[in-house]
Design a protein around this ligand. Sequence first.
Ligand code: SF4
Ligand code: SF4
Length: 452
Amino acid sequence: MARRTFRGGVHPEEHKDRTAGRSVETMPLPGRVVLPLRQHLGAPAKAVVKVGQRVAEGEVVAEAGGYVSAPIHAPIAGEVTAIARHRHPGGFTTDAVVIEAREAPPADAPEGASWPPEPVRMPPLDPDRASPEDLRNRVRDAGIVGLGGATFPTHVKLAPPPEKPVDTLVINGAECEPYLTCDHRVMLEETDLVVDGIRILRRILGVDRVLVGIEDNKPDAIDRLSAAFAGDPAVSVQACRVKYPQGAEKQLIRALTGRVVPAPPGLPMDVGVVVQNVATAAAVSRAVRQGIPLIERVVTVSGPSIAEPKNLRVRIGTPLADLVASCGGLTSPPGRVVMGGPMMGVAQVDLEVPVVKGSSGFLFLPAPSEEELWPGPCLRCGRCVDICPLGLAPAIIAWHLEAGDLDGAERLHVRDCMECGSCAWVCPADRYLVQWFRIAKARLHERNNQHR
Ligand code: SF4
Ligand code: SF4
C-alpha cells in the first residue's frame, strides 16, 4: 500500500510504546466532577440546573448556547454543589457546574426511592431507518464534539451549506502527537463502534467516498479497520507516513485526497471534505444506537514522571489528580504537565483541572533544558522554513514581530499559522517561534474586533 504524506513536517521521538500495547482501563466513577461550560469551540453552554439540585447520570446540566455550541450532560449521578468559576485545562478560567456523588436519595424524595436514579438515555435510533436529519440532531443532542482535541461541535460539521457540496468524508486516525495512543486503542478495542459510527457519519453527509487515514506506526489498527471495511467499495483505509503534523486536518486532506484547503478562513468543506476523528465516530455510534450522550472518553496519561502510563476510560469532569492516582502516582516531580501532546499541548498549573471533552491526554514531562529556556539569536539556517507544513517563513515572521512590526508579520501570513510547533521544535537556537505567532494572532484578532 502506498504511504500518503504531505509537504514539510518533522519527526519527533514517538514515545508511544509506553501505552500503545496496554488495553484501556475503565476508571471507577469519581466522587466529584467539574464541568466547564466551555468544552467546545463556539458559544459556551448555559447551565440549566441549580445548586442543590439532584441529577441523574446522562441528564442535561447545560444546554447549547447557540448553533455552534453543544450541551453538557451529567457524567455521574449526584448533587449540584456549585456553579462557579474554575480553572480549565485549556489555560483559562470559566464557569463550571460541580456535581458531587451522594450516597442516599435527597431528604424530600418519596419513601423507598432508590439512589442513584436510572441513567438518562435517549431512545435508540436505527441508523438505517432514521433520516439524516434525525441522526444529525441526535449527534447534536448527545453533545458530541471533535474528540481529537479540536472540539468543534460535530453536528455543525455535518451540515455543510448547499453552496459547499461535500463528496468525501475523511476519518482521522493519524494520532501524530508523540505519547498519545488513545485513538490507537479505540481503533483496536472499539472497532465495531468506530466502523458503525463511520457508516452513520457517511449516511448523514450522503457521501460516496470515505478515506480513513492512519499513520503506519499503527499497522494493527490499519489491518483491523481494513478487514472491517473489506468488501465496502466506498471506504478505503490508507496508511500515512509517520510525520508530524499528519493528523492536522489540512495535512491529512492533502495526503489522502491531494486537495489543498484554502488559507483561513478556508475550511475543509471548501474542497468538498469533512474530517471526523475515530473516537468521535465511536461516540456517534453510542449516541445513535444506545442513546448515550458524551459523558466519558479515553485519555492517555503518560510521560517519564508517571509510575504506570495508561489509557484510561474516564468520566468527563474527573479531576486530573484522580487520573494520576489511577496510574500509581508520580515517580518524580514533573517539570511540565501538559494537556494534549507535547507539540501543541497546553501547560497545566495544578492537578485540580478536570478532564474535558477535548482531553486526549495528560503528559508529565521533564523540565525544559537551560537552552530551551534561553533561546539564542536566529542562525538563519532556514530549517524552520523547510519544514513548515503551510509553507510559511517562521524565522522572517519572528524577525518582524521582534521588531514590533505586526503589519509585516500579517503580510507574511502569520494568521495562517496553525501553531503546530514544528518550527520551534526544529530550531537549533530554541527560539520561541510559535509563542510569538500565538501572541501576534491574538493581537490581530483584538485589532480586528476593535475595527468592527
Ligand atoms: S507553528 Fe506555524 S509557522 Fe511554525 S511550522 Fe507550524 S504552521 Fe508553520
Ligand atoms: S530554525 Fe531557528 S535559527 Fe534556523 S532560521 Fe529558523 S528561527 Fe532561525
